[in-house]
Design a protein around this ligand. Structure first.
Ligand code: KG4
Ligand code: ZN
Length: 349
């Protein structure tokens, strides 16, 4: 990474295949895989950038939040490199860094970046769903967050209950294209008129009931107006799975759009919507946010598809911004570890 924006190389060692049989990330497996892969990833990132260790001028690492074993491997490696090479080390928050992904690349020259703020930031990942007010890339105020599941986690759990492979988000997104969202009535959580928090656990349960029927203990609450038990669900064939994916996706995305709209209403001076995290790759979310931004006359900065999911480029870029905010002047950064979950990533200067 040069100048906090130009990505020289970006290497991701995905661990999906190691966790797929468990339908979720297993912390011990993730930590061990990090330990095994970190040096090859560092070497590959340097090789692809055409640079050597001596060309680096700083090192950034994600130090929170996440699985402790994975973070320890990354932070240990980053500290060792920084100390050996005599370089500054900057530790950054993985969730904050997701919002920097939309500032990477050609679309955002330094001039454009200056016009971005103040901004409302939406992080939608497997572990977090949060809204921020940003005065600069590094000055963030938390406006709201999920009180239960993250939206990506809800995607993964719905996929798992429908028998789809892990990670479920991309698969649900794909199948939803063929489904009819109107054929399944699902709730959109609001949590009160003024809340900027999110909740996805009720939606997840509603998909479960729509797919497999309402369990006996919950039937009284679900009875129809004339006191009858809810009708049994249609057979769970391919068409029904697609309809459930479409219905879930429509409700989940609507929940995000409702809260983002509320945040813009409450922070009227904001010029930009910044979005980051794995779910920012979602096709419906991207198009709904495009329409929302156009309707409100604000800029929308979505990450390029290659930097929606966990990656080291956003850590390096954000680390550069943190160092710059502290008065540091350098032109390059190198990151050695990112992940809170299933990837390990490296991106040299
Ligand atoms: O940001 P990320 O790579 O990891 C965390 O920090 O958690 O996000 C991973 C999440 C997973 O839950 C995955 O299912 C979801 O992003 N995801 C998607 C899509 N692509 C990835 N969710 C919905 N639609 C997608 N196209
Ligand atoms: Zn992430």
């Amino acid at each position: 990474m040069t100048d906090g924006r130009c990505v020289r190389s970006s290497v991701i060692a995905s661990q999906h295949e190691l966790h797929a049989e468990y339908d979720g990330v297993v912390p011990e497996i993730a930590g061990r895989a990090h330990a095994e892969r970190i040096l090859p990833v560092v070497q590959a990132a340097l090789r692809e950038s055409g640079l050597g260790l001596d060309d680096l001028s700083a090192i950034a690492v994600a130090h929170r939040p996440g699985l402790i074993g994975s973070l320890l491997v990354g932070v240990g490696a980053a500290k060792s490199l920084a100390w050996t090479l005599g370089l500054p080390l900057v530790a950054v928050d993985h969730v904050h860094a997701h919002l920097y992904a939309g500032l990477l690349g050609d679309g955002t020259s330094a001039g454009v970046a200056a016009e971005v703020f103040p901004a409302v930031g939406l992080v939608v990942s497997g572990g977090h769903t949060s809204l921020y007010l940003l005065q600069s890339p590094t000055q963030l105020t938390l406006l709201g967050a999920t009180i239960d599941d993250a939206v990506g986690e809800a995607y993964d759990k719905v996929a798992s209950m429908l028998g789809l492979p892990f990670p479920g988000g991309p698969e649900v997104d794909r199948l939803a294209q063929a489904g009819d969202p109107a054929s399944v009535a699902l709730p959109i959580s609001s949590l009160g008129r003024d809340s900027l928090d999110f909740s996805f656990s009720g939606l997840k349960t509603a998909v479960k009931y729509a797919a497999f029927g309402v369990p006996r203990v919950a039937r009284r609450k679900a009875r129809t107006g004339n006191g009858e038990d809810p009708a049994p669900p249609p057979p769970l064939d391919g068409c029904r799975v697609a309809d459930l994916c479409a219905g879930f996706q429509a409700a989940a995305v609507e929940t995000l759009v409702v809260k983002l709209t509320r945040a813009l209403d409450l922070n009227r001076g904001c010029r930009t919507i910044l979005v980051g995290g794995g779910v920012s790759a979602n096709s419906l979310l991207r198009s709904r946010l495009g329409a929302l931004a156009a309707g409100r006359g604000v800029r929308l900065l979505l990450p390029a598809m290659g930097v929606c999911l966990d990656n080291a480029a956003m850590i390096a870029g954000y680390g550069h911004a943190v160092l710059e905010a502290r008065g540091w002047r350098g032109d390059a950064l190198w990151l050695c570890a990112s992940p809170s979950t299933q990837h390990l990533a490296g991106a040299p200067a």
